[in-house]
Design a protein around this ligand. Sequence first.
Ligand SMILES: C[S@@+](CC[C@H](N)C(=O)[O-])C[C@H]1O[C@@H](n2cnc3c(N)ncnc32)[C@H](O)[C@@H]1O
Ligand SMILES: [Zn+2]
Length: 270
Amino acid sequence: MLADVVDDLRCPVCTGPLALRDRDLRCAAGHAFDIARQGYANLLPGSARPGTADTPGMVTARAEFLGAGHYAALTDALAVRLAGARRVLDAGAGTGHYLAAVLSGDATGIALDVSKYAARRAARAHPRAGAVVADLWRPLPVRDASMDAVLNVFAPRNAAEFRRVLRPDGALHTVTPGPGHLAPLIADLGLLSVDADKTARTDARLAGHFTLDARTTLQAAARLTHAEIATLVGMGPNAHHIDADELRRRVAKLTDPYEVPLAFVLSVHR
Ligand SMILES: C[S@@+](CC[C@H](N)C(=O)[O-])C[C@H]1O[C@@H](n2cnc3c(N)ncnc32)[C@H](O)[C@@H]1O
Ligand SMILES: [Zn+2]
């Protein structure tokens, strides 16, 4: 709930502390931010919205796909790695699936995402997680040196802001797609391909603020039904690129179930 994390948040306008009231979060200067009925706070000042927010359909598909456990190997690995972190920021949290899995003991977590549909889900992902709508490309509404860990799974990265909100001994945990991730499916369906240099580009972005501390590639596989393949496609950018009927035709040509390799690059930067 927001009450668990309000002390780690800050006003996105003046950077002052925020107090939790009945229907909003408010700073001493009077800047107020609504708390939605579903429990998340909108900390996006002004009306500009980046076009990269996940749509309702993408969020529903993501919740369904992750809830079915297809990426459980990744979820479990992250839970082990972040077990000691008492304060966690999930930057680009989506449904809050991974944040919920990494909060152990009395740890609290902030699920930050620019999509209000994602924030709605994330607000009920875990009892000690608070969800906020915010833009990763702007100064984050999170206090300086307040976080033990920043988690970033398949989402945009703002190195300077991640550095600012982390404690000096804190760590940034990123997940990027590894070589071969979903490769046969991408080829068979003619999907947008995963950027092969994603991990290298991530490193370049973080340089100057972080140095790489550890990196492993986690290999796994998923057996997917045709319906699950449609859900997987629906949670990504391909949802906008292929017509639904055409996708159905292409999926119908695959074996059912269809086994697909997964590869996740887990990196720790300090
Ligand atoms: C591929 S999804 C990953 C979500 C989650 N980490 C997961 O793996 O399930 C990318 C997420 O980043 C969010 N996002 C995109 N641009 C953003 C931005 N500028 N600021 C904050 N979140 C953003 C999207 O709304 C979406 O939820
Ligand atoms: Zn303020």
